[in-house]
Design a protein around this ligand. Structure first.
Ligand SMILES: Nc1nc2c(c(=O)[nH]1)N[C@H]1C(S)=C(S)[C@@H](COP(=O)(O)O)O[C@H]1N2
Ligand SMILES: [Mo]
Length: 587
């Protein structure tokens, strides 16, 4: 037997970890989705009262019903008094203006925009609920401390010290959430941010036309009379003796106020609180971010959604009960007659809406790459703009450090990792190679010997939780100086010792220009202690202008490449490959 001589083993520093990656699927199979994450049900919504008493919001249904009956009785009582009667005579409920008298009716652009608004809101609300269910808790401080949430649709956080935010996520009914499967935040965000963008464009056009045509008279109150007049309408509604409506000429004052608040308060607030959750922006506008921390923004964003839901329910109720045919002719036809044409158009619009509603989830599961691509096309430009605002990630003080920092992701369990861990990482080597002049392999001791620094920064997980920690490590710039990337190197890929939930090594690609930021670091300490197992021992990435999933933990290799499309599934990271996230996500 002759032995064929083995070819010389390539020098380890030139071997790429790419071969350890897997390619993601191009369709979603709910059974194997996200590492076969099982269905997990949440609980009825609860609000915290005091330190640790939780109020089940379902009680609001009977309580609300009793309160409504009491309010009806009170309103009827008021109308039986002479003061009450005089008040309603003095303030009949609608403030007419010369504009309203001269320009009754709704122009066709209102008709068209109203329909688009309705259609987009369906997707915005569904995907918004999906996003909420990925971290089904709300807080008022950036710390996301278990037990300090003010609202939750999930049981209390278990005592397991390695409990992850992914384990904490819950399922929603498939036709409520979009795309309706557990932990589908990547796809839900494309729907949410993509339809948000269209909704904002629709809203912007609406604002412009409103002021260009004088239609704003119909939705902006111009006299203080609107308040007593609204009160009068409220009493008339509650006493079940409703005011005479003539929405064709002018809305009643309560309706006017509701429209005004929705268009000019709730909608802008939805935008501001939405953007308040972005790492790039909330770190850029530090003053704003002090007041409007990510969690305050998220909580307010939720309350704005509640406003929209209440508005929709009441709006539809009144449309149906105050002369349905005529109201539908107003908003679907822009005409004031009592024929059936409005109802026909309304029915067609409801069919379109229902088809869109029912098809959205199956379409998303069958064509997730399309959702990923179209979503990025819609929101990518804004996202890149924010990154180019020269984001200076917020830096905090020791006093800001979070008492609890959630864990997330898939823990490493390979023999390789366990052996390294048992050896106190004495055998650990960070392999840095690719398009560089000087590939290196560095032990932990060598990494510690390089110049390092501390930083106190905020982590933004895509699922919605946040936390502040102090990190110690070396700037990526130090590493760049050491290895000298070639000019063609435009992306930097970080490989983990841990696998992702679908198998294959976890990795993520970052644009090289973000590596030179003074806060981009490979960290080995967290809050003055060596990184724990759960948080990424022995080494993890911090790129503070980006979301949490890009902060690779348990880093074993760094590779400089021309473009991430050559790596793994080609979408820029494990989550982009397997769960349809974006390759940069700064909002
Ligand atoms: N290797 C690896 N790194 C990872 C993950 C993972 O699953 N595997 N999860 C990411 C996600 S989604 C988040 S939010 C952060 C969480 O870091 P923490 O556990 O220290 O809070 O790590 C990121 N890095
Ligand atoms: Mo995350």
């Amino acid at each position: 037997m002759t032995e064929t001589p083995k070819p010389p083993a390539p020098s380890p520093s030139s071997v790429s970890y790419r071969t350890q990656l897997t390619v993601g699927e191009n369709v979603v199979d709910p059974l194997t989705w996200a590492g076969s994450v099982p269905v997990a049900h949440g609980i009825a919504p609860r609000v915290r009262i005091g330190r640790d008493r939780w109020f089940n919001l379902l009680w609001l249904l009977p309580i609300g019903f009793v309160l409504l009956l009491a309010a009806i009785a009170a309103a009827k009582g008021v109308r039986n008094t002479s003061i009450g009667q005089q008040f309603i005579i003095d303030h009949p409920g609608t403030v007419t203006s010369t504009y309203a008298d001269r320009h009754p009716g709704l122009p066709i652009w209102v008709v068209v925009q109203h329909f688009f608004n309705l259609l987009l809101l369906v997707f915005i609300l569904r995907s918004g609920l999906q996003i909420l269910s990925d971290h089904p808790r709300l807080y008022w401080t950036r710390h996301s401390t278990p037990g300090r949430d003010w609202f939750r649709i999930q049981k209390p956080v278990p005592s397991d010290p390695l409990w992850t935010a992914k384990q904490d996520s819950i399922s929603l009914p498939a036709q409520i959430g979009l795309p309706g499967i557990r932990h589908s935040i990547g796809l839900a965000r494309w729907w949410h941010l993509g339809t948000d963008t269209l909704w904002l464009v629709n809203g912007l056009v609406f604002y412009v036309l409103l002021f260009a045509t004088g239609q704003w008279h119909r939705v902006i109150p111009t006299s203080w009379e609107v308040f007593p007049s609204s009160l009068s309408v409220l009493v008339q509604y509650l006493s079940l003796d409703w005011p005479l409506e003539n929405g064709w000429a002018a809305y009643n004052s309560l309706q006017l106020l509701a429209y005004f608040v929705t268009v000019f308060v709730a909608a802008p607030l939805a935008l501001v609180t939405g953007l308040g959750m972005s790492p790039a922006l909330s770190t850029r506008f530090k003053r704003v971010s002090r007041l409007l921390s990510i969690q305050t923004a998220r909580s307010l964003h939720f309350l704005v959604m509640i406003w929209f839901l209440l508005f929709i329910v009441l709006h539809v109720t009144f449309v149906a009960t105050t002369g349905l045919l005529r109201n539908l002719n107003h908003i679907y036809l822009g005409s004031n007659d009592r024929g059936w044409a409005g109802l026909v158009l309304f029915s067609i619009s409801m069919i379109i809406l229902t088809i869109g509603w029912v098809a959205a989830t199956p379409f998303t599961l069958r064509h997730p790459r399309t959702v990923q691509r179209v979503g990025y096309a819609l929101v990518g430009p804004a996202q890149r703009l924010f990154e180019h605002l020269d984001a200076t990630p917020g830096e905090y003080s020791e006093a800001d450090i979070s008492p609890y920092f959630w864990h997330n992701g898939q823990y490493p369990d390979s023999a390789e990792y366990l052996a390294l861990q048992q050896g106190g990482f004495a055998d650990y080597r960070l392999r840095v190679n690719g398009l560089v002049s000087h590939p290196v392999e560095l032990s932990l001791a060598e990494l510690h010997a390089l110049p390092g620094h501390d930083q106190i920064t905020q982590h933004f997980c895509i699922q919605g939780w946040s936390g502040i920690a102090k990190w110690r490590g070396l700037s990526l710039q130090t590493l760049l100086d050491l290895v000298q990337p070639h000019p063609e190197a435009k992306w930097v890929v970080f490989y983990s010792l841990g696998d992702g939930p679908d198998g294959g090594v976890y990795y993520d690609a970052h644009p090289i220009e973000q590596m030179s930021h003074h806060l981009t670091m490979l960290a080995f300490d967290m809050n003055d202690q060596p990184l724990t197992f759960g948080h990424g021992a022995p080494l993890r990435l911090r790129n503070e202008g980006q979301l949490g999933f890009k902060q690779v933990k348990w880093v074993k290799g760094v590779e400089f490449v021309a473009h991430f499309s050559e790596v793994g599934g080609g979408y820029g990271g494990y989550n982009p490959d397997h769960e349809f996230f974006g390759y940069r996500q700064s909002i």
